[in-house]
Structure formats: structure tokens, C-alpha cells
Design a protein around this ligand. Structure first.
Ligand code: DHB
Ligand code: MG
Length: 209
């Protein structure tokens, strides 16, 4: 997963500001349950992006255990914002809801269970920020559908866009090719000012102009 030098990653994690007990516990349960989460570095990035853009309405695709949702929920809560997060796995939805309750963010974060592409087609509202971290095979369709719901000046953010560095090597695996195609589409999308930060597994940040 590390896409930069290990000693750089070690340093970034070492210098990261401490998290509260709930986030620490979630980091451990994700590790022992083999559920991929964004971790504290990308969590902090999402928090800072949401706070600095005064984001109120977030749409997240891919809830997992609710870790990223909690970072985002804490970022939008002071402005009475909301996070709508979608996951198709009922077990993860329950798991996330439990963590969200422990974080006392159940009024801020709404978890929707179901097929993200189906749910996206029913959502009518505009969002200030979209965070995509779902199954990779729906990334491109989820982007095309959700970016229309992003307000001008809003941020489209996607996790795993360097896919362990394989996208930069032109790897032939299906998932690598999927991610290469995804990045190409997003970078070619008119009106989106886009960059990938080589943090953790590559975080794409696009500003809708
Ligand atoms: C993996 C990592 C992720 O952050 C994710 O969202 C999905 C998969 C992985 O390493 O396989
Ligand atoms: Mg991810």
C-alpha cells in the first residue's frame, strides 16, 4: 500500500496528531477485521478540506465502518451540516451506525443501505463535497452520477487513486486498469480542477469551477 518511501510514511504517521479513543478503537477494529479505512492521515485531510471550504453537505459513497464519515461529520457539525453515506453491505451499515452513535453523530451522519448507483439516481440535493471510497468497479459510474450533484466551488475527493502505485506503472490487473481509466476520465472532466495527492494510497481532489 505504501506508495512513497516507508521512512516518509513512518514519519507522517509518527507526527500525526493524536486521535480520541473512539477513532483509535476504530483503527484497531478495521485492522483486525481487515476492512480498509482511510486512516488518520487521509482522515485529517478530509477534515481540513471540509472545514476550510465551510462544507455543510457531504455525500460519501462507501461507508465501511464509518471512520471517514466520523472525520467528515466532525468537520461539518459546527456548521450544522450533514453527511449522507451509502453502503450496500448490511453488516457494515450496522457496524458504522454503532460507531456513529458512539461518536454522538447520529443526527449529523445518515447511513443509507443499498446499491450506490441506484441511490445516487434518486438523490435530488446539491452537495458541497463528495467523497468516493466504494468498491472500485463502480468508481467511474459513481463519479459520473455524483459529480452532477456537486455544487460549483465544491470538492470531489476519491480514495485509492494510485492503487498501491500500480496505476503509475501501467499495471495490467483489472482493478489497476479500472483506476487508470477512472483517473483519466476525472482529469478530463470539463470544469474540474484536479490533482492527486500521494498520501497513503493516493487521494484525488477535484474542485468544480
Ligand atoms: C483497499 C484499500 C482501500 O482504501 C479501499 O477503499 C479498498 C481497498 C485495498 O487496499 O485493497
Ligand atoms: Mg479506500
Amino acid at each position: 500500500m505504501a506508495i512513497t518511501y516507508d521512512y516518509i510514511d513512518d514519519y507522517l504517521y509518527r507526527i500525526a496528531q493524536p486521535r480520541d479513543l473512539l477513532l483509535q478503537k476504530m483503527e484497531e477494529e478495521a485492522e483486525s477485521g481487515a476492512v480498509p479505512i482511510i486512516g488518520p492521515l487521509v482522515g485529517r485531510l478530509l477534515y481540513n478540506l471540509a472545514r476550510s471550504s465551510q462544507t455543510k453537505k457531504v455525500l460519501e459513497i462507501g461507508t465501511a465502518i464509518g471512520y471517514s464519515g466520523i472525520w467528515l461529520g466532525r468537520a461539518v457539525a459546527p456548521l450544522k451540516g450533514t453527511v449522507t453515506t451509502i453502503d450496500k453491505d448490511p453488516k457494515r451499515v450496522k457496524w458504522a451506525e454503532k460507531n456513529i452513535s458512539e461518536a454522538e453523530l447520529q443526527k449529523v451522519i445518515k447511513v443509507l443501505e443499498g446499491d450506490a448507483l441506484e441511490i445516487l439516481s434518486t438523490l435530488k440535493e446539491e452537495y458541497d463535497m463528495i467523497f468516493l471510497d466504494s468498491d472500485k468497479d463502480i468508481y467511474l459510474d459513481a463519479f459520473k452520477s455524483s459529480v452532477k450533484k456537486l455544487r460549483k466551488g465544491g470538492l470531489f475527493v476519491a480514495d485509492n487513486t494510485l492503487w498501491g502505485g500500480d496505476v503509475a506503472k501501467g499495471g495490467r490487473s483489472e482493478l489497476t486498469q479500472t483506476m487508470i481509466r477512472f483517473n483519466k476520465e476525472v482529469f478530463g472532466y470539463p470544469g474540474l480542477s484536479t490533482v492527486i495527492l500521494p498520501l497513503r494510497d493516493g487521494v484525488l481532489v477535484g474542485l468544480k469551477e
